[in-house]
Design a protein around this ligand. Structure first.
Ligand SMILES: [Zn+2]
Length: 384
Protein backbone atom coordinates (compact mmCIF):
# COMPACT_ATOMS: atom_id res chain seq x y z
CA UNK A 1 0.00 0.00 0.00
CA UNK A 2 1.40 3.39 -0.92
CA UNK A 3 1.66 6.34 1.48
CA UNK A 4 -1.24 8.78 1.31
CA UNK A 5 -0.18 12.43 0.86
CA UNK A 6 -3.74 13.61 1.59
CA UNK A 7 -3.83 11.95 5.01
CA UNK A 8 -0.41 13.40 5.88
CA UNK A 9 -1.40 16.89 4.69
CA UNK A 10 -4.65 16.77 6.67
CA UNK A 11 -2.82 15.74 9.83
CA UNK A 12 -0.36 18.61 9.38
CA UNK A 13 -3.10 21.19 8.68
CA UNK A 14 -4.83 20.16 11.94
CA UNK A 15 -1.74 21.33 13.84
CA UNK A 16 -2.19 25.03 14.65
CA UNK A 17 1.36 26.01 13.76
CA UNK A 18 1.15 29.78 13.34
CA UNK A 19 4.74 31.09 13.61
CA UNK A 20 6.36 30.69 16.13
CA UNK A 21 3.97 28.03 17.52
CA UNK A 22 4.80 24.45 16.52
CA UNK A 23 1.29 23.09 17.10
CA UNK A 24 2.56 19.50 17.14
CA UNK A 25 3.39 19.47 13.40
CA UNK A 26 7.02 18.47 13.90
CA UNK A 27 6.06 15.81 16.48
CA UNK A 28 3.78 14.28 13.89
CA UNK A 29 6.49 14.30 11.21
CA UNK A 30 9.10 12.94 13.61
CA UNK A 31 6.87 10.00 14.47
CA UNK A 32 6.06 9.25 10.82
CA UNK A 33 9.68 9.49 9.64
CA UNK A 34 11.14 7.57 12.60
CA UNK A 35 8.77 4.66 11.86
CA UNK A 36 10.18 4.54 8.32
CA UNK A 37 13.74 4.32 9.65
CA UNK A 38 14.84 7.96 9.53
CA UNK A 39 17.15 9.23 12.26
CA UNK A 40 15.28 12.30 13.43
CA UNK A 41 16.76 15.15 15.44
CA UNK A 42 15.18 18.33 16.75
CA UNK A 43 16.81 21.67 17.39
CA UNK A 44 15.30 24.68 19.09
CA UNK A 45 16.88 28.01 18.24
CA UNK A 46 16.46 31.29 20.06
CA UNK A 47 17.92 34.74 20.07
CA UNK A 48 17.20 37.89 22.09
CA UNK A 49 14.08 39.66 20.92
CA UNK A 50 12.67 36.65 19.10
CA UNK A 51 10.55 33.68 20.16
CA UNK A 52 12.35 30.30 20.31
CA UNK A 53 11.43 28.04 17.39
CA UNK A 54 11.56 24.28 17.01
CA UNK A 55 13.14 22.69 13.89
CA UNK A 56 13.63 19.15 12.59
CA UNK A 57 16.34 17.31 10.67
CA UNK A 58 15.75 13.75 9.50
CA UNK A 59 18.08 11.53 7.50
CA UNK A 60 18.05 7.98 6.24
CA UNK A 61 21.18 6.44 4.75
CA UNK A 62 24.80 7.36 5.44
CA UNK A 63 26.26 7.37 1.93
CA UNK A 64 26.59 10.14 -0.60
CA UNK A 65 24.89 11.75 -2.38
CA UNK A 66 22.55 13.28 0.17
CA UNK A 67 19.39 14.64 -1.45
CA UNK A 68 17.67 16.99 0.98
CA UNK A 69 14.14 18.29 0.96
CA UNK A 70 13.58 21.62 2.74
CA UNK A 71 10.34 23.06 3.95
CA UNK A 72 8.45 24.83 6.70
CA UNK A 73 5.52 23.67 8.84
CA UNK A 74 4.72 27.13 10.16
CA UNK A 75 1.89 29.06 8.54
CA UNK A 76 0.67 32.64 8.40
CA UNK A 77 -2.35 33.48 10.60
CA UNK A 78 -5.79 32.69 9.15
CA UNK A 79 -7.15 36.21 9.67
CA UNK A 80 -10.86 36.26 10.48
CA UNK A 81 -11.68 32.55 10.80
CA UNK A 82 -15.38 33.27 10.23
CA UNK A 83 -14.52 34.46 6.73
CA UNK A 84 -13.42 30.91 5.83
CA UNK A 85 -15.97 28.62 4.15
CA UNK A 86 -13.93 25.68 5.47
CA UNK A 87 -12.25 26.01 8.87
CA UNK A 88 -8.53 26.83 8.46
CA UNK A 89 -7.28 24.10 10.79
CA UNK A 90 -9.71 21.28 10.00
CA UNK A 91 -8.12 19.83 6.86
CA UNK A 92 -11.48 19.30 5.17
CA UNK A 93 -11.69 17.65 1.76
CA UNK A 94 -14.72 18.91 -0.16
CA UNK A 95 -15.39 18.32 -3.86
CA UNK A 96 -11.88 16.91 -4.30
CA UNK A 97 -10.16 19.97 -2.82
CA UNK A 98 -8.13 20.00 0.38
CA UNK A 99 -8.81 23.12 2.44
CA UNK A 100 -6.83 24.71 5.22
CA UNK A 101 -4.06 27.14 6.13
CA UNK A 102 -0.88 25.64 4.73
CA UNK A 103 -2.64 23.43 2.17
CA UNK A 104 -0.32 24.88 -0.50
CA UNK A 105 2.18 26.91 1.58
CA UNK A 106 3.51 24.45 2.40
CA UNK A 107 2.18 21.57 4.45
CA UNK A 108 0.79 20.09 1.24
CA UNK A 109 4.26 20.12 -0.34
CA UNK A 110 5.84 18.49 2.72
CA UNK A 111 3.15 15.80 2.73
CA UNK A 112 3.84 15.00 -0.93
CA UNK A 113 7.59 14.67 -0.40
CA UNK A 114 7.17 12.51 2.70
CA UNK A 115 4.74 10.23 0.85
CA UNK A 116 7.11 10.01 -2.11
CA UNK A 117 10.07 9.23 0.16
CA UNK A 118 8.16 6.54 2.07
CA UNK A 119 7.03 4.91 -1.18
CA UNK A 120 10.55 5.01 -2.58
CA UNK A 121 11.99 3.42 0.56
CA UNK A 122 9.28 0.75 0.70
CA UNK A 123 10.06 -0.19 -2.91
CA UNK A 124 13.79 -0.46 -2.09
CA UNK A 125 13.50 -2.56 1.06
CA UNK A 126 13.73 0.43 3.41
CA UNK A 127 17.10 1.94 2.41
CA UNK A 128 17.96 4.56 -0.21
CA UNK A 129 20.95 4.15 -2.53
CA UNK A 130 22.53 7.31 -1.07
CA UNK A 131 20.91 9.43 1.62
CA UNK A 132 17.54 11.12 1.80
CA UNK A 133 17.07 14.01 4.24
CA UNK A 134 14.50 16.54 5.36
CA UNK A 135 15.23 19.96 6.82
CA UNK A 136 11.94 21.23 8.24
CA UNK A 137 11.71 24.57 10.00
CA UNK A 138 9.03 26.26 12.06
CA UNK A 139 10.27 29.77 11.28
CA UNK A 140 9.87 30.73 7.65
CA UNK A 141 6.78 32.92 7.61
CA UNK A 142 7.97 35.00 10.57
CA UNK A 143 11.31 36.68 11.10
CA UNK A 144 13.10 33.61 9.66
CA UNK A 145 15.99 34.00 12.11
CA UNK A 146 15.47 30.84 14.19
CA UNK A 147 14.82 28.59 11.23
CA UNK A 148 16.62 27.36 8.12
CA UNK A 149 19.61 29.71 8.42
CA UNK A 150 20.50 28.28 11.84
CA UNK A 151 19.37 24.74 11.06
CA UNK A 152 21.81 24.56 8.12
CA UNK A 153 24.69 25.76 10.30
CA UNK A 154 23.65 23.37 13.08
CA UNK A 155 23.66 20.45 10.63
CA UNK A 156 27.00 21.47 9.12
CA UNK A 157 28.57 21.60 12.59
CA UNK A 158 27.48 18.00 13.03
CA UNK A 159 29.21 16.93 9.84
CA UNK A 160 26.11 16.82 7.66
CA UNK A 161 26.69 17.67 4.01
CA UNK A 162 24.10 18.19 1.32
CA UNK A 163 24.55 17.52 -2.36
CA UNK A 164 21.31 18.90 -3.79
CA UNK A 165 18.17 20.43 -2.33
CA UNK A 166 14.53 20.61 -3.33
CA UNK A 167 12.63 23.37 -1.54
CA UNK A 168 8.91 22.59 -1.59
CA UNK A 169 7.52 26.12 -1.82
CA UNK A 170 4.51 26.57 -4.13
CA UNK A 171 6.40 27.36 -7.34
CA UNK A 172 3.72 26.75 -9.95
CA UNK A 173 1.59 29.55 -11.38
CA UNK A 174 -1.44 27.82 -12.98
CA UNK A 175 -0.94 24.04 -12.94
CA UNK A 176 1.47 21.60 -11.29
CA UNK A 177 4.46 21.34 -13.60
CA UNK A 178 4.40 24.81 -15.16
CA UNK A 179 7.25 26.38 -13.18
CA UNK A 180 10.46 25.53 -11.33
CA UNK A 181 12.14 28.35 -9.44
CA UNK A 182 15.87 28.22 -10.01
CA UNK A 183 16.83 31.48 -8.36
CA UNK A 184 15.53 34.54 -6.62
CA UNK A 185 16.16 38.23 -6.87
CA UNK A 186 17.90 39.99 -4.03
CA UNK A 187 16.12 42.42 -1.74
CA UNK A 188 17.59 45.59 -0.28
CA UNK A 189 15.89 48.21 1.92
CA UNK A 190 17.06 51.79 2.26
CA UNK A 191 15.99 55.05 3.85
CA UNK A 192 16.72 58.45 2.35
CA UNK A 193 16.68 61.46 4.67
CA UNK A 194 16.79 65.00 3.31
CA UNK A 195 17.69 67.69 5.82
CA UNK A 196 16.53 71.29 5.30
CA UNK A 197 15.82 74.19 7.58
CA UNK A 198 12.51 74.60 9.39
CA UNK A 199 10.67 77.89 9.04
CA UNK A 200 7.41 79.84 8.62
CA UNK A 201 5.59 78.91 5.44
CA UNK A 202 4.99 82.62 4.67
CA UNK A 203 8.75 83.26 4.65
CA UNK A 204 10.18 80.45 2.54
CA UNK A 205 13.29 82.48 1.78
CA UNK A 206 14.30 82.07 5.45
CA UNK A 207 13.78 78.29 5.37
CA UNK A 208 15.05 75.38 3.26
CA UNK A 209 12.17 73.08 2.40
CA UNK A 210 13.48 69.46 2.40
CA UNK A 211 10.39 68.25 0.52
CA UNK A 212 11.66 69.96 -2.65
CA UNK A 213 14.97 68.17 -2.40
CA UNK A 214 13.34 64.84 -1.60
CA UNK A 215 11.07 65.08 -4.64
CA UNK A 216 14.11 65.75 -6.84
CA UNK A 217 15.95 62.72 -5.47
CA UNK A 218 12.91 60.43 -5.64
CA UNK A 219 12.45 61.33 -9.32
CA UNK A 220 16.11 60.59 -10.05
CA UNK A 221 16.13 57.25 -8.22
CA UNK A 222 13.19 55.88 -10.18
CA UNK A 223 15.20 55.64 -13.39
CA UNK A 224 15.63 52.05 -14.66
CA UNK A 225 18.44 50.10 -13.01
CA UNK A 226 19.10 47.67 -15.85
CA UNK A 227 17.36 45.82 -18.67
CA UNK A 228 17.31 42.42 -17.02
CA UNK A 229 19.74 39.56 -17.58
CA UNK A 230 19.70 36.12 -19.17
CA UNK A 231 17.76 34.57 -16.29
CA UNK A 232 16.24 37.59 -14.52
CA UNK A 233 13.72 40.38 -15.05
CA UNK A 234 14.94 43.98 -14.74
CA UNK A 235 15.83 45.16 -11.25
CA UNK A 236 13.29 47.45 -9.67
CA UNK A 237 13.31 50.19 -7.05
CA UNK A 238 10.00 51.03 -5.42
CA UNK A 239 9.38 53.75 -2.82
CA UNK A 240 7.28 52.37 0.02
CA UNK A 241 6.81 55.44 2.20
CA UNK A 242 7.35 59.20 2.15
CA UNK A 243 7.21 60.89 5.55
CA UNK A 244 7.43 64.40 6.90
CA UNK A 245 5.38 64.01 10.06
CA UNK A 246 4.21 67.60 9.92
CA UNK A 247 0.89 68.27 11.69
CA UNK A 248 1.03 72.01 11.17
CA UNK A 249 -0.23 74.00 8.17
CA UNK A 250 2.08 77.01 8.46
CA UNK A 251 5.40 75.31 9.07
CA UNK A 252 8.04 74.22 6.58
CA UNK A 253 9.46 71.03 8.08
CA UNK A 254 13.12 70.56 8.84
CA UNK A 255 13.49 67.09 7.37
CA UNK A 256 11.77 64.69 4.98
CA UNK A 257 12.25 60.93 4.75
CA UNK A 258 11.54 58.30 2.12
CA UNK A 259 11.84 54.52 2.40
CA UNK A 260 12.36 52.24 -0.54
CA UNK A 261 12.95 48.60 -1.48
CA UNK A 262 15.00 47.29 -4.39
CA UNK A 263 14.47 43.85 -5.93
CA UNK A 264 17.65 43.30 -7.88
CA UNK A 265 18.98 40.75 -10.32
CA UNK A 266 22.38 39.14 -10.92
CA UNK A 267 23.79 42.23 -12.62
CA UNK A 268 24.34 43.76 -9.18
CA UNK A 269 26.03 43.05 -5.89
CA UNK A 270 24.55 44.83 -2.86
CA UNK A 271 27.67 47.05 -2.57
CA UNK A 272 27.64 48.03 -6.26
CA UNK A 273 23.92 48.71 -6.13
CA UNK A 274 24.27 51.01 -3.14
CA UNK A 275 27.11 52.84 -4.90
CA UNK A 276 24.97 53.27 -8.04
CA UNK A 277 22.01 54.68 -6.08
CA UNK A 278 24.23 57.05 -4.12
CA UNK A 279 25.91 58.25 -7.32
CA UNK A 280 22.54 59.02 -8.92
CA UNK A 281 21.42 60.89 -5.82
CA UNK A 282 24.63 62.91 -5.81
CA UNK A 283 24.17 63.93 -9.45
CA UNK A 284 20.53 64.91 -8.88
CA UNK A 285 21.32 66.82 -5.68
CA UNK A 286 23.94 68.88 -7.53
CA UNK A 287 25.33 70.08 -4.23
CA UNK A 288 22.06 71.82 -3.33
CA UNK A 289 20.21 69.02 -1.49
CA UNK A 290 21.57 67.77 1.83
CA UNK A 291 20.77 64.12 2.33
CA UNK A 292 21.95 60.87 3.89
CA UNK A 293 21.23 57.25 3.04
CA UNK A 294 20.64 54.60 5.67
CA UNK A 295 20.85 51.05 4.31
CA UNK A 296 19.21 48.30 6.34
CA UNK A 297 21.16 45.04 6.72
CA UNK A 298 19.97 42.40 4.27
CA UNK A 299 20.21 38.62 4.26
CA UNK A 300 18.51 38.29 0.88
CA UNK A 301 21.13 38.36 -1.85
CA UNK A 302 20.37 37.44 -5.43
CA UNK A 303 21.21 33.87 -6.41
CA UNK A 304 20.79 31.49 -9.29
CA UNK A 305 21.20 27.73 -9.68
CA UNK A 306 22.65 27.41 -13.19
CA UNK A 307 21.11 24.94 -15.63
CA UNK A 308 22.76 21.51 -15.36
CA UNK A 309 22.11 17.85 -14.57
CA UNK A 310 20.14 18.50 -11.36
CA UNK A 311 17.67 20.88 -12.98
CA UNK A 312 17.55 18.63 -16.05
CA UNK A 313 16.49 15.61 -14.00
CA UNK A 314 13.73 17.60 -12.26
CA UNK A 315 12.50 18.86 -15.64
CA UNK A 316 12.56 15.30 -17.01
CA UNK A 317 10.56 14.00 -14.03
CA UNK A 318 7.95 16.73 -14.49
CA UNK A 319 7.67 16.06 -18.23
CA UNK A 320 7.33 12.34 -17.54
CA UNK A 321 4.50 12.75 -15.00
CA UNK A 322 2.58 15.73 -16.44
CA UNK A 323 3.63 16.01 -20.07
CA UNK A 324 4.47 19.66 -19.33
CA UNK A 325 7.87 21.28 -19.75
CA UNK A 326 8.29 23.66 -16.81
CA UNK A 327 9.49 27.22 -17.21
CA UNK A 328 12.62 28.06 -15.22
CA UNK A 329 11.78 31.18 -13.24
CA UNK A 330 13.48 33.61 -10.86
CA UNK A 331 10.42 35.73 -10.09
CA UNK A 332 8.65 36.37 -6.80
CA UNK A 333 9.77 37.27 -3.30
CA UNK A 334 12.55 35.78 -1.23
CA UNK A 335 12.49 32.27 0.25
CA UNK A 336 14.69 30.05 2.39
CA UNK A 337 16.51 29.07 -0.82
CA UNK A 338 18.63 32.21 -0.22
CA UNK A 339 20.17 30.43 2.80
CA UNK A 340 20.35 26.92 1.29
CA UNK A 341 22.26 28.09 -1.80
CA UNK A 342 25.36 28.60 0.39
CA UNK A 343 25.43 24.82 1.09
CA UNK A 344 24.34 23.15 -2.15
CA UNK A 345 22.48 23.78 -5.42
CA UNK A 346 18.77 24.29 -4.74
CA UNK A 347 15.62 24.35 -6.84
CA UNK A 348 12.10 25.18 -5.73
CA UNK A 349 9.17 23.07 -6.81
CA UNK A 350 5.86 22.53 -5.04
CA UNK A 351 2.13 23.07 -5.48
CA UNK A 352 0.28 25.89 -7.30
CA UNK A 353 0.62 29.15 -5.38
CA UNK A 354 -2.66 30.83 -6.30
CA UNK A 355 -4.45 30.57 -2.91
CA UNK A 356 -1.46 30.83 -0.58
CA UNK A 357 -1.92 33.19 2.38
CA UNK A 358 -5.58 33.65 1.34
CA UNK A 359 -8.90 32.83 2.98
CA UNK A 360 -9.91 29.26 2.04
CA UNK A 361 -6.36 28.33 0.99
CA UNK A 362 -6.77 25.04 -0.84
CA UNK A 363 -5.30 22.56 -3.30
CA UNK A 364 -6.99 20.04 -5.59
CA UNK A 365 -6.49 16.50 -4.27
CA UNK A 366 -5.30 15.55 -7.76
CA UNK A 367 -2.48 18.12 -7.52
CA UNK A 368 -1.15 16.50 -4.36
CA UNK A 369 -1.08 13.11 -6.08
CA UNK A 370 0.64 14.62 -9.12
CA UNK A 371 3.27 16.35 -6.98
CA UNK A 372 3.88 13.13 -5.03
CA UNK A 373 4.45 11.27 -8.30
CA UNK A 374 6.87 13.97 -9.51
CA UNK A 375 8.87 13.94 -6.27
CA UNK A 376 9.03 10.15 -6.46
CA UNK A 377 10.40 10.30 -10.02
CA UNK A 378 12.93 12.96 -9.01
CA UNK A 379 14.14 10.73 -6.15
CA UNK A 380 14.33 7.66 -8.43
CA UNK A 381 16.19 9.53 -11.18
CA UNK A 382 18.51 11.16 -8.64
CA UNK A 383 19.67 7.83 -7.24
CA UNK A 384 19.21 6.21 -10.70
ZN1 LIG B 1 6.13 29.04 2.19
Amino acid sequence: MSADPIAIARALIRCRSITPEGGGALDYLQDLLAKAGFAVRRATFAEPGTAPVDNLYARIGSKKPNLVFAGHTDVVPPGDEKAWGHPPFAGEVVDDRLYGRGAVDMKGGIACFVAAALDHLAARGGQPKGSLSLLITGDEEGAAVNGTIKLLRWAAERGETFDHCILGEPSNVEVVGDTIKTGRRGSLNGTLVVNGRQGHVAYPERADNPIRGLVTLIAALQAPLDEGSEYFDPSHLEFTSVDVGNETVNLIPGRATARFNIRYNDRHSPAALKALIELRAKAAAAGRVHYVFDWQPSNAEVFMTKPGPFIDLAVAAIVEVTGRRPKLSTSGGTSDARFIKDYCPVLEFGLVGQTMHQVDESAPVADLHTLTAIYRRIIERYFG
